[in-house]
Ligand binder design. Structure first.
Ligand code: FAD
Length: 396
């Protein structure tokens, strides 16, 4: 047994010593993403959030690509072929900077690239994946519609055959990166069920007006997709999938990244709250010396620690090919719900300063309102886990 003097120090932001469960290579991936975030995102992101615009999104996307972060857990076609755990650690670091930046990486890699990688033709993969992995082309993923959100099966966007071509008509809503994208993966009803289409955004009839007035995920581009008789060759359809299984498989990938990412926003807010509480003096002592503040800090850290452990467990299962979609729902549901509570509690510790963009917490809390809703709402994931537990689907 080791004597108390040889024990490693207590790490306030890793109180259970979860780092012990990571390999040196995994820690190196985390360190390189953390460095990119510190240099390229953190100094600017509050300003991007305030203005609702990311400066030089193409340049940033290329830098993310050159670090191998776009489609990083996919094999071949210029993708980095890293593990699911590496990808999760990267998502955590990116979201510690901002959920909008993690969204950019998730949508590119887990939604648009994954759809092509998993369900595309060899020609589609060769054409799009290398340039998307490098960040030379930006992708988006159009599933949600004005009247079809949680229930994508009710989508109205339609693709009909016209001779050798497909013609697409319809409207998608709340699509990350649509107005800056070079290529959109669009899901539409056909006579053969729901199908996916790889649509170059320069195709006549395609437009993507930006959605303004967001108070969440402001360092992220969100738009509509309007499809007005968009004519595409047969080769634009994703050949390997029919039905909602196609888009749901992609969402499952992106949700997995959110399980980790949400804990990044939580860590950033916890860190800010701890620093602030140690420095802010009221009633003659640091507010961290008051029992009520300590209780908040400890409760935040407990939920953060449990969330990271859950993410890591799901990551290990994914790397072993044993991760079920219901388990991803479990993780997304818990970690986003707890992360938003951590950020809101951090906000109270910062008092009035908590509402200022001088500190990251209100930005993270506001961002997580979107993360709570997209990629399946809290309610949808509750119903997924509820069905898995009871055998009763309670969606309708
Ligand atoms: P609705 O489905 O209308 O739900 C409204 C409320 O009703 C929710 O609380 C929901 O949980 C609840 N509800 C619905 N049905 C039930 C039920 N059966 N039982 C209990 N409660 C129920 N979509 C894309 O396709 N691509 C993107 O890139 C994308 N990016 C996004 C970016 C942002 C910033 C945001 C905010 C959204 C984005 N979305 C994207 C859309 C997102 O996935 C949807 O908003 C989400 O699926 C919910 O759909 P909805 O907003 O239509 O809400």
């Amino acid at each position: 047994m080791s004597s108390p003097t040889t024990l490693p120090p207590f790490e306030p932001l890793d109180p259970a010593g979860i780092d012990d469960l990571l390999s040196d290579d995994e820690k190196a991936v985390r360190a390189s993403v953390r460095q990119l975030c510190a240099e390229r995102i953190d100094p600017y992101v509050a300003d991007w959030f305030e203005r609702g615009a990311i400066d030089d999104i193409r340049g940033l996307t290329k830098e993310l690509g050159s670090l191998g972060l776009l489609g990083m857990h996919l094999e071949g076609y210029g993708c980095a072929g890293m593990s699911a755990t590496d990808y999760g650690l990267a998502c955590l670091e990116l979201e510690a900077s901002d959920s909008g930046i993690r969204s950019l990486v998730s949508v590119q890699g887990s939604l648009a690239m994954f759809a092509i990688w998993c369900w595309g033709s060899e020609e589609q993969k060769q054409e799009w994946l290398p340039q998307m992995a490098a960040g030379d082309a930006i992708g988006c993923f159009g599933l949600t519609e004005p009247d079809a959100g949680s229930d994508p099966g009710s989508m109205r966007t339609r693709a009909r055959r016209d001779g050798a071509d497909w013609v697409l008509d319809g409207r998608k809503m709340w699509i990350t990166n649509s107005s800056v994208a070079d290529v959109a993966v669009v899901w539409a009803q056909t006579d053969e069920g729901v199908r996916g289409f790889v649509v170059p955004t320069a195709t006549p009839g395609f437009s993507a007006p930006e959605i303004k007035h967001k108070q969440s995920l402001r360092a992220s581009v969100t738009g509509e997709i309007v499809l007005d008789s968009v004519r595409l060759p047969e080769s634009a359809a994703l050949p390997e999938v029919r039905g909602l299984k196609g888009p749901l498989s992609c969402l499952n990938e992106a949700r997995y990244g959110i399980v980790w990412g949400a804990m990044g926003a939580a860590r950033s807010s916890l860190e800010a709250a701890l620093d602030y509480a140690n420095q802010r003096i009221q009633f003659g002592k640091p507010i961290s010396a008051f029992q009520l503040t300590q209780q908040k800090l400890v409760d935040m850290n407990l939920e953060y620690t449990k969330g990271v452990l859950l993410a890591l467990q799901l990551g290990r299962r994914k790397d072993a090919g044993r991760l079920r979609p219901e388990q991803v729902s479990l993780g997304k549901l818990n970690n986003v719900r707890e992360a938003i509570e951590i950020c809101r509690t951090a906000r109270t510790i910062l008092g009035a300063n908590g509402i200022s963009l001088e500190y990251p917490v209100i930005r993270h809390a506001n961002n997580l309102e979107s993360v709570l809703t997209y990629e399946g709402t809290v309610e949808m994931h509750t119903l997924v886990v509820g069905q898995a537990m009871t055998g009763h689907p309670a969606f309708r």
